[in-house]
Design a protein around this ligand. Structure first.
Ligand SMILES: [Zn+2]
Length: 180
């Protein structure tokens, strides 16, 4: 194995998918092989549809924060999800966000370009969590309407390819909501 492909200790505290997965990622060029490595690590080789939208969850939501109209991206995402479910019987959706996402801060203006301090990294994670949660809710509503079961798991990838679950503590999330 080349030295550039170091295996990270990814968080495996979520249940492993039993069937096919729909994977949503950003288009970031720096992480393409790390994404494949992550999916292989989850024993999902040749068992997933890979959908790429600039900004991952934010793009698939149609970037509601953007000045330009990207709302048609949301329709495209859900049309694609419908096709994937029909053709491949998708049971799980992976939303894989990543740090230092140019789409988030340059294309859609959803956040600033965060720094490397602990505080900045936490703020960056909170921004991704916000949009990943919004998309999760939309996917779960969509699944309910179509009478199918879909489990959504959210992740955040660092620039070395390490992946952590993206799930803020519930109490904290609620206090953030009430502070807005
Ligand atoms: Zn990105």
């Amino acid at each position: 194995m080349p030295l550039s492909h170091v295996q990270f200790e990814n968080d495996c505290s979520y249940p492993p998918p039993r069937g096919t997965v729909l994977l949503l990622t950003c288009m970031d060029l720096r992480l393409l092989d790390e994404i494949i490595q992550f999916m292989n690590h989850d024993n999902l080789a040749n068992r997933y549809d890979h959908v790429v939208f600039a900004g991952a969850a934010l793009g698939a939501l149609g970037a509601p924060c953007a000045k330009s109209d990207f709302s048609h991206w949301k329709k495209t995402f859900f049309d694609h999800l419908g096709a994937a479910v029909e053709l491949h019987r998708v049971e799980d959706v992976y939303i894989l966000e990543h740090r230092n996402c140019g789409a988030y801060h340059t294309v859609f203006g959803a956040c600033r370009n965060y720094g490397d301090s602990e505080k900045e990294q936490a703020a960056e994670e909170a921004c991704h969590l916000k949009y990943a949660q919004l998309l999760q809710q939309e996917i779960e509503d969509w699944a309910k309407q179509h009478n199918i079961k879909l489990r959504v798991t959210k992740f955040l990838m660092g620039l070395r390819g390490q992946v952590s679950l993206l799930s803020g503590p519930k109490a904290k999330t609620q206090s953030k909501k009430s502070a807005k």
